[in-house]
Design a binder for this molecule. Structure first.
Ligand SMILES: [Zn+2]
Length: 408
């Protein structure tokens, strides 16, 4: 191989600084089977300086990589960190800046680490007994480029202005099956660009696990936020985990381990009552089913669903009946606190399916999200007309245990 350095099956000792220092812009490092027994000042790893001069791979089978200042993955280049590789940041001047592509895709048995040099995972790199702490190093920042993280652990960063392990400043993050933890203030700071985060675990932050200061909503569904209660957000999940809080403009539901299936909003607009009326154009064709559905939910005793009274002038929910061949669904609950039942479909349905749909949409108005088979809030039509265990549990969490009031 041209322009390559190959270090294999070597032992490093009695070094004052490190096993090796590389400024590998146009070189490829082959690193396998090496060990290091330096004690004192010599760091047990290879210090990587500067940035990429072309596509570069950091193999795993040997000593860790040490970043001691800024390391840049330049535009047009890919840095591939191999499964099982360990990257350690030496101090709070250390960071990786990505304008090209950083691919750190591990596997479950060989994850990739980006961590503090004081973190003795897989190697006591600073050769002294140390404890890592949030803020030990700066961050990985993507600007115009792309960062792919899978089965990667990124921890103890955030030692600078944004105080986050990962920063997106108009680039792209694809993060899956990874662990982001112990950032000084934040785990992810999404300033702009695209951030996809899923099947990952985030915990241990001074302020927020995920901060989105922009007004463009990002998606972070199916992640574990350090607790079965999900991430704390004052409006959407006030009982969530405070050490894994999430800012507004982040769609975090559903989360992994979620025990309740709830929407972030409902039509219960003031106090625990939901006053409803028919739209003026309605033929009130489903009033029998509505009466039964309202009775079903009211029997649980949290919210009182009651007709609109003009002199009280509190209207929470309007029910529409349409007859529209062009609409794809038989019914929905949605914006402006409305339920719409479409006679075009529903007139052909069995009485039990009609009833199920009417009760189901009232459940959405009460803040319940789709759950699963055996419940009224299942995502598809069935002939079930009474509530299931999850329906009752979700309603109880919302309206008996008081976790949903004010989410309108
Ligand atoms: Zn539904």
């Amino acid at each position: 191989m041209k322009n390559s350095v190959s270090i294999t099956d070597s032992t490093f000792f009695n070094n004052a600084t490190a096993a090796g220092i590389f400024n590998l812009s146009y070189l490829t490092l082959s690193n396998s089977g090496n060990s290091n027994s330096d004690i004192g000042y010599g760091k047990r790893g290879f210090v990587m300086q500067g940035g990429t001069g072309r596509n570069t791979t950091w193999p795993a089978d040997g000593l860790p990589y040490i970043i001691s200042g800024g390391y840049t993955v330049n535009y047009g280049h890919t840095l591939t960190v191999s499964p099982g590789a360990v990257v350690k940041f030496e101090n709070n001047s250390a960071y990786i800046q990505v304008g090209g592509t950083l691919t750190a895709v591990g596997v479950s048995t060989y994850p990739i680490y980006f961590t503090s040099i004081k973190d003795d995972i897989l190697n006591n790199t600073d050769a002294t007994s140390t404890s890592p702490a949030a803020g030990d190093w700066k961050h990985i920042t993507v600007s115009s480029g792309v960062v792919n993280l899978e089965y990667a652990t990124i921890r103890y960063g955030g030692g600078d202005y944004y105080a986050a392990n990962l920063i997106n400043n108009s680039g792209t993050y694809h993060i899956a099956s990874s662990t982001i933890s112990n950032g000084y203030s934040y785990g992810i700071w999404h300033q702009s660009g695209t951030t996809n985060l899923t099947q990952s675990s985030l915990f241990g932050f001074g302020i927020e696990a995920y901060h989105n200061p922009s007004y463009a909503t990002t998606t972070a569904t199916n992640n574990y936020w350090g607790s079965l209660d999900g991430p704390y957000n004052p409006k959407y999940n006030p009982n969530g985990n405070q050490n894994s809080a999430v800012s507004d403009y982040v769609t975090f539901w559903p989360w992994l381990g979620q025990t309740h299936y709830l929407n972030s909003t409902n039509s219960v607009d003031g106090g625990k009552s939901m006053h409803w009326e028919y739209d003026a154009g309605s033929t009130q064709q489903f009033s029998t089913q509505l009466e039964y559905g309202i009775g079903t939910w009211n029997a649980l005793g949290g919210v009182n669903i009651a007709p609109y009274v003009w002199w009280q002038n509190i209207l929470d929910l309007t029910i529409y009946e349409v007859d529209d061949v062009n609409k794809a669904v038989a019914a929905y609950w949605g914006a402006y606190d409305k339920i719409e039942y479409n006679k075009y479909y529903m007139n052909d349905y069995s009485s039990s399916l009609k009833q199920m749909i009417v009760t189901h949409e009232l459940g959405h108005a009460l803040g319940l999200h789709h759950s699963y088979v055996g419940n009224i809030m299942i995502f598809t039509g069935t002939s079930q007309t009474s509530l299931g265990t999850q329906d009752i549990g979700d309603y109880t969490y919302c309206w008996i245990d008081d976790n949903c009031e004010g989410q309108n």
